[in-house]
Design a protein around this ligand. Structure first.
Ligand code: ACO
Length: 221
């Protein structure tokens, strides 16, 4: 079962089309947001804000959203959403976060802004732009069968096709960090959730164990 699930005979990689956006969202709500550490660790914990969903779906027209589907049934078993960024991404996120002050998505974007300013992969690797994987999810009943690795490899291929010199991601979950490390990605920077506090020292995002930090990883293409 484990070997056959990741085989080309069983799985089809598809670039998500605008017509498939509700299918992608349905999958992400069930298999990504429910467990993604920032979504879980920021109240209200159960659901992502509408702005968060809109942000992910806004990448579909750029051909940077992928699904893995079972060929036989068409069922989505894994998905990844990515978008373009350049060396000004930190400043861009700082501005963007101002639109969402006081909301769950605003708190998440603030953390991601800190992470971006810390990692700044475009400047670090001296590339004009990079493809940033914002979301990665595998069907909860099919974890541990290399489907996450498979969708990441497919995204690398898509990134090359679209002319990106670098691919990267902020691993908010320990499982995603272990996964890309195995695939040869380089650790760029790391931020502990316990150290993400306000002026009074209160931790702003309470991420449950085993997740302790956001780790940014990158791979030159
Ligand atoms: N909870 C518990 N165990 C897990 C989880 C999980 N969320 N994810 C993987 N594992 C286990 C697997 O069962 C496997 O165990 P085994 O060695 O005993 O068989 C081991 O960890 C390795 O699994 P992988 O094959 O590397 O993981 P997979 O590709 O199936 O899934 C993924 C990894 C995609 C990160 C998955 O955990 C997931 O969908 N999580 C929910 C959403 C999320 O947190 N996404 C990542 C956020 S960061 C970002 O999106 C850029």
């Amino acid at each position: 079962m484990a070997a056959s699930l990741s085989s080309d005979d069983v799985i089809e990689v598809r670039v998500v089309s605008p017509a498939e956006s509700s299918q992608l969202l349905e999958f992400l709500l069930e298999h990504y947001y429910r467990e993604e550490p920032l979504t879980v660790g920021t109240s209200p914990p159960s659901q992502p804000d509408q702005a968060d969903r809109d942000f992910l779906l806004s990448h579909i027209p750029n051909q940077t959203c992928l699904t893995l589907r079972l060929k036989e049934s068409g069922r989505i078993v894994a998905a990844a959403v990515a978008g373009s960024k350049d060396a000004n991404e930190g400043q861009h996120l700082e501005e963007y976060a101002k639109e969402f002050v006081g909301t769950k998505w605003g708190r998440i974007v603030n953390l991601l802004t800190q992470v971006e300013l810390l990692s700044n992969v475009c400047a670090r690797y001296q590339v004009s732009h990079a493809l940033h994987i914002h979301a990665l999810g595998v069907d909860a009943s099919m974890r541990g069968q290399s489907l996450g690795a498979r969708v990441i490899k497919a995204m690398e291929e898509q990134a090359r096709k679209l002319g990106y010199p670098l691919i990267c991601l902020d691993c908010t979950s320990i499982y995603s960090a272990q996964l890309v490390k195995r695939l040869g990605y380089q650790l760029v920077s790391s931020l502990k959730y316990a150290e993400y506090t306000n002026e009074e020292g209160i931790q702003l995002i309470q991420v449950p164990p085993p997740h302790e930090r956001v780790q940014t990883y990158a791979l030159k293409l």
